[in-house]
Ligand binder design. Structure first.
Ligand SMILES: *Cc1c(COP(=O)(O)O)cnc(C)c1O
Length: 380
């Protein structure tokens, strides 16, 4: 098993040894019979600590990111929180991108900030700015690329080199690209974070999160936090996520080709001031994206010429693109970040301009999606 597509379908997904069921069963159990005190069958004791359906997903997650260990959580933020709790203490400092997912910013600022963790928000596409923000107390460099919603590209290998030279743990949120298009551990990142709610699940029917990493010592510590704090995924959620991952490679190809067609169509449109999509040669991160990713993904942001009023009207006018938070499902969604996904960062350096709308381009026919967008733009 060396190809991504093959790993995604087979890692952790062995047929059930007792029945031959091709799909491993969903182990709906909270606890496990012991053969005498401490006589565990297969190492399972209680499902907060471990469940075979979750193990199957965790093996699959490690496989698709090319990492040694995968850990699955109840949500992306639960995964992030488990990592942050494990690594940080009062007085420690984190550097995060200035347009990371709003919930990541909120978690670090309001939950961990309240416990004495400090943070700086910087443009992680600017290495000098990152270097200048490092303090003696800095423990984590948190990178999201492409970023959300501005689609800025950050150079993972360069950030890893800088971060490691200063003793930092380099964490990459790989939710937007997915491992079908980008594998941060191959560039030396220490930890990959996912909201599996998005492309990995892929069908907008499950909330989940994951960490993938290589260091056995860190794995042991994070595994303890997962067990002791308990934000684990349920067996049903783990199953749905595993099922989604099996089609990730083909889905990402179509997400990318649909998004490319839409982005190219919108360049030069009078109602659109800027099309933010790394697949456009004019995108400032295009060359880096071509080097770091094997496709440009399904996310596009538009900066509308008519400003806030136009952006709001557009977001409420599309028909195929449903107005909803989240992304990465088979169906197309439109989001108005400044009032929706990024409302929690208003008034902070991570605030998103009110003229921006974000599209999660689904797997419908590109022509239908383009017609829907043209219709909404014509109504402005
Ligand atoms: C959605 C999202 C998260 C948070 O994940 P949840 O599953 O909603 O908790 C983190 N990072 C990015 C980039 C996201 O899009």
């Amino acid at each position: 098993m060396t190809s991504f597509e093959t790993i995604a379908i087979h890692a952790g997904q062995d047929a059930d040894p007792t029945t031959g069921a091709v799909i491993p069963p969903i182990h709906v159990t909270s606890t496990y019979v012991q053969d005498g005190i401490g006589g565990l069958r297969g190492g399972y004791e209680y499902s907060r600590g471990g469940n075979p359906t979750r193990t199957a997903l965790e093996t699959q997650l490690a496989g698709i990111e090319g990492g040694a260990f995968g850990l699955s959580f109840a949500s992306g933020l639960a995964a992030e929180d488990a990592l942050l709790r494990t690594v940080l203490g009062p007085g420690d400092h984190v550097i995060i991108g200035n347009d990371v997912y709003g919930g990541t910013h909120r978690l670090i600022r309001r939950i961990h900030g309240g416990k004495g963790v400090e943070h700086s928000t910087v443009d992680t596409s600017d290495l000098d700015a990152v270097a200048a923000a490092i303090r003696p107390e800095t423990k984590i460099l948190w990178v999201e690329t492409p970023s959300n919603p501005l689609m800025k590209l950050s150079d993972i290998a360069a950030l890893v080199e800088l971060g490691h030279s200063r003793g930092l743990l380099v964490v990459v949120d790989n939710t937007f690209a997915s491992p079908a298009l980008q594998r941060p551990l191959e560039f030396g990142a220490d930890v990959v974070v996912h909201s599996t709610t998005k492309y990995l699940g892929g069908h907008s029917d499950v909330v989940g999160g994951a960490l993938v990493l290589n260091d056995p010592e860190l794995e042991e510590q994070v595994r303890f936090t997962q067990f002791a704090a308990g934000a684990v995924s349920s067996p049903f959620d783990a199953f749905l996520t595993s099922r989604g991952i099996k089609t990730l490679a083909v889905r990402m190809e179509r997400h990318s080709s649909n998004a490319q067609a839409i982005a190219e169509h919108l360049v030069g449109h009078a109602a659109v001031a800027r099309v933010l999509y790394p697949g456009l040669p004019t995108h400032p991160g295009h060359e880096l994206a071509a080097r770091q990713m094997s496709g440009f993904g399904g996310m596009i942001s538009l900066d509308l010429a008519g400003g806030e009023a136009a952006a709001r009207k557009f977001a409420e006018s599309t028909e195929l693109f449903s107005l909803a938070e989240s992304l990465g499902g088979v169906e197309s969604l439109v989001n108005y970040p400044s009032e929706m996904t990024h409302a929690s960062v208003k008034g902070t350096p991570a605030e998103v301009s009110p003229s921006i709308v974000r599209l999660s381009v689904g797997l419908e026919a590109a022509a239908d999606l383009i017609a829907d967008i043209d219709g909404a733009l014509a109504s402005l």
